[in-house]
Design a protein around this ligand. Structure first.
Ligand code: SF4
Length: 486
């Protein structure tokens, strides 16, 4: 048996009597973090407290990270839909500088949280410890990856003691939420045998291998209360992993997936009983017509705990474009009640994403999250759309670009398409799509002018607030905003 390596030589933190956000909400306390979330999301602080106490809203905020510049944010029923981006080193990559670049890139393109999925390096703890204070957004991890690294890939040799040691290390480093694959049980494994794509979750496949080789139950489940004790001490939020999520349309909504979901419902209540905050992870690959049913099932079985989904991809036929196949599913699942969307990049199923893939994934998922907020009638969601539409109808090109999700892309497309004409592309009342004679918005304006009304003539005031203020009104992060705030 390989000897487990210890990466954190510092003494363990003492138990604090402060309590988690959940415990304090249940004690009727409105914490500074709840107030910050209320202000950011335009919500009543007491509503935020109530939702946190109910478990339907989480504020992932490790006490250590809070002292290092974390900006409190929330994930749940009453908050705007959030977007997560994955970063992380692997065996062949990368340096601290490389990870810094990935973090900055994710923040620049609008990630509300980042997950460090690092594997295979001896200095993972050092890199993570350096990155967390540089992240104003919550940082999540999947500690089972490091457990595998510490036994040199000999999965069966992971012990519960080693698992708790790794989890404690991550908590002490300031990690705000962790994916814990405690829901996949021995009894579930036979259900995966006839699947088209088997077990596609890395954590799920590692746990299946461990259970099979040791002929023992999932140690993350049998030692769940000890994990809760660590999480409670640091106020780490559970992200209960979906180790048996479907990896293809053919495997969607099968017994393996729902057997694990029922166990995740049990674990949600065990975590709440232990004073810990919880969100629950979801699939994966689901056809459009099953998405609403899947959300309803998760919310019912997990008693309203926030739902954190990967995609879902709504078809399997477009490798190279899975940021698109999944953003369709992400918008629909967000509309029906998912609370945070983990992005998918064009490299999904094909390779490690490059910076441009990260950008494309985050743009796609910010569109999906905002579309879901609009459909859910979230307060202020539509004011951004309204402000951009006003600027568009007024031919105020600079403001239209500033309000765009990706201002640079909008400006570049417009200038490229209109640069050959003998005019300033930012001072015209048409574009090359219809041309000056057929520009329908200009024709409408001319008709209104002829009728004597002003050129805009809509019900309401023209929104003249700075573009960044409009874009951040809902409490989510959006591309470019990070740069303007730092
Ligand atoms: S020319 Fe057509 S596409 Fe371009 S601004 Fe006018 S209506 Fe819109």
């Amino acid at each position: 048996m390989a000897s487990p390596q210890t990466s954190n030589p510092e003494p363990r933190a003492e138990t604090t009597s402060e309590g988690t956000q959940l415990q304090r909400a249940r004690a009727d306390e409105i914490t500074p973090e709840m107030r910050a979330v209320a202000e950011r999301e335009n919500l009543d602080p007491d509503l935020v407290r109530y939702e946190v106490a109910e478990g339907t809203l989480v504020i992932p905020a490790n006490r250590r990270h809070l002292g290092e510049g974390l900006e409190p944010m929330a994930i749940g029923e009453v908050s705007s839909v959030k977007v997560n981006a994955n970063i992380g080193a692997s065996k062949d990559t990368s340096s601290l500088e490389g990870e810094r670049d990935k973090l900055r890139h994710a923040l620049q393109w609008g990630a509300d949280t980042v997950m460090d999925l690092s594997t295979g390096r001896s200095n993972l703890a050092e890199i993570r410890r350096a990155l967390i204070p540089e992240s104003p957004v919550p940082v999540g991890t999947v500690p089972i990856y490091e457990m595998v690294d510490r036994v040199d890939g000999q999965v069966a040799e992971i012990t519960p003691e080693l698992a708790l040691d790794v989890i404690e290390d991550h908590a002490e480093q300031g990690v705000d939420y962790m994916t814990i694959h405690a829901g996949v049980l021995q009894a579930h494994l036979p259900y995966t045998e006839g699947r088209t794509t088997g077990i596609v979750s890395r954590g799920g496949s590692i746990m299946a291998q461990w259970m099979t080789e040791n002929e023992a139950e999932n140690f993350l489940n049998t030692h769940f209360e000890e994990i809760c004790e660590i999480f409670r001490r640091h106020d780490v939020t559970f992200s209960l992993g979906d180790g048996l999520r479907p990896g293809s349309i053919a495997d969607s909504s099968d017994e393996a997936q729902f057997a694990e979901l029922r166990e995740l419902g049990e674990l949600t209540n065990r975590a709440w009983d232990n004073g810990c905050q919880v969100m629950v992870e979801g699939p994966g690959h689901i056809p459009l017509d099953e998405i609403e049913m899947q959300v309803d099932k998760q919310k019912e079985i997990c008693d309203g705990a926030p739902f954190y989904t990967l995609g879902p991809l709504v078809t399997d036929v477009a490798p190279g474009y899975d940021h698109m196949t999944s953003m369709i599913g992400a918008a629909v699942i967000g509309w029906h009640g998912a609370d945070m969307l983990c992005y998918v990049t064009p490299k999904e199923h094909l390779g490690l994403p490059e910076p441009e893939d990260v950008k494309q994934g985050l743009i796609a998922y910010n569109i999906a999250a905002h579309a879901a907020d609009v459909a859910r009638d979230r307060p202020d969601a539509r004011s951004w759309d309204e402000a951009l539409s006003q600027a568009r109808f007024a031919f105020d090109w600079p403001r239209q670009f500033a309000l765009a999700l990706d201002p640079e892309a909008a400006r570049n497309h417009h200038q490229a398409a209109n640069s050959e004409e003998n005019h300033d592309p930012e001072d015209v009342h048409f574009c090359s799509m219809c041309g000056p004679e057929f520009c329908s918005m200009r024709i409408t304006q001319d008709q209104r002018d002829a009728a004597g009304s002003d050129k805009l003539s809509f019900d309401g005031d023209y929104d003249e607030r700075p573009a960044d203020e409009v874009k951040t009104e809902q409490g989510a992060r959006y591309p470019g905003v990070f740069d303007n705030r730092t």
